[in-house]
Design a protein around this ligand. Structure first.
Ligand SMILES: Nc1ncnc2c1ncn2[C@@H]1O[C@H](COP(=O)(O)OP(=O)(O)OP(=O)(O)O)[C@@H](O)[C@H]1O
Ligand SMILES: [Mg+2]
Length: 299
């Protein structure tokens, strides 16, 4: 008979040398938890390990990494037809950890691993893009996109989440508005957008609350648009002051479509997708995720 693991941890190779994690894994095993660990080297590895986890029939698949790693694991689970699906656990080991932080998941390894294995699983939504890609946290276009795709690896590891913000400010000269059309149920907008945030979760770019009203279990996406009549410095100021800004359009929708005359790049949980047409649908209750009882993103 095949031995079954209770949990499989899919660890982004960038976090493989973390000693605190190693101890937390050994402690968990000492408690009798059958916890297997797999380490990724590049994009695509996580998907194969999710397939292995489904084959093993584990109760929990744990994504150890940043938003990109959570994205790969969540997408592989959401696109599977296996039922029941294992629950998703999260170990924050990325640079910004926007999803984990906004879900109040502890950053300390042993507490995070305990939650990932023993925590209560809540139904959560995921967003599907063009029927093939997914995001669990946020899709950003415009300014935010350039920040996250162009922040050099070295700056990222030296400064952590703050580096996105600083680097973004340094590159303000390269900022261009994207002309596009956005439609959804009872929603129609056409114009120049500086920043487009589509949130299942709330924050991106290392702690910036782009979609402050988003919930991960309401069956909706919060769309926030900064139109280009606004100058960026005053936008940043209004973000800091929490003021209402007349050039920010905000609405919540179960789906939306974006079309642009030229290629636009969206960042899906920090990983880029370029095209001229994006159809984004929320998939309600697509996954079960082990979250703290005080998770701010559960409605
Ligand atoms: N061993 C590895 N070394 C470097 N990159 C890897 C490795 N394994 C996977 N990757 C890549 O890492 C990216 C995901 O990184 P992830 O988002 O988890 O961390 P991060 O970007 O540092 O954190 P955050 O998104 O929270 O800022 C994916 O593009 C994936 O292909
Ligand atoms: Mg990332």
């Amino acid at each position: 008979m095949k031995a079954t693991a209770q949990a499989l941890l899919i660890l982004n190779g960038k976090g493989a040398s973390n000693e605190e994690l190693r101890e937390a894994v050994y402690d968990m095993r000492a408690e009798g938890i059958d916890l297997a660990v797999r380490v990724t080297w590049e994009h695509g590895d996580a998907e194969r390990y999710v397939a292995e986890a489904l084959e093993l029939g584990v109760e929990t698949v744990i994504a150890g990494g940043g938003d990109g790693t959570i994205n790969e694991v969540a997408a592989a689970l959401a696109s599977s037809s296996v039922r029941p699906l294992p629950a998703l656990g999260i170990l924050p080991l990325g640079t910004a950890n926007d999803f984990a932080t906004s879900c109040n998941i502890p950053l300390e390894m042993s507490a995070a691993l305990k939650l990932a294995i023993h925590g209560r699983a809540a139904d959560i939504d995921i967003a599907c893009v063009n029927d093939k890609r997914y995001f669990i946290n946020m899709a950003t276009g415009g300014f935010g996109t350039r920040i996250t795709t162009e922040t050099p690896e070295k700056l990222k590891s030296a400064l952590g989440g703050v580096s996105y913000f600083i680097h973004g400010l340094l590159r303000m000269d390269t900022l261009k508005a994207d002309r596009c059309k956005i439609t959804g149920p009872d929603f129609d907008w056409d114009g120049e957008a500086l920043v487009i945030g589509i949130g299942n979760g709330r924050q991106a770019g290392g702690g910036q609350e782009i979609c402050p009203d988003a919930l991960i279990n309401d069956g909706l996406l919060q769309l926030r648009l900064l139109t280009s009549e606004e100058l960026l410095p005053s936008f940043l100021r209004s973000l800091l002051d929490g003021e209402e800004n007349k050039n920010i359009i905000s609405t919540s929708l179960p789906w939306l479509e974006i079309t642009a005359p030229h290629d636009m790049t969206f960042n899906l949980d920090g990983e880029p997708l370029t095209g001229t047409h994006f159809r984004i649908d929320i998939v309600p209750n697509a996954l079960q995720c082990r979250l703290p009882p005080h998770c701010a993103l559960l409605g």
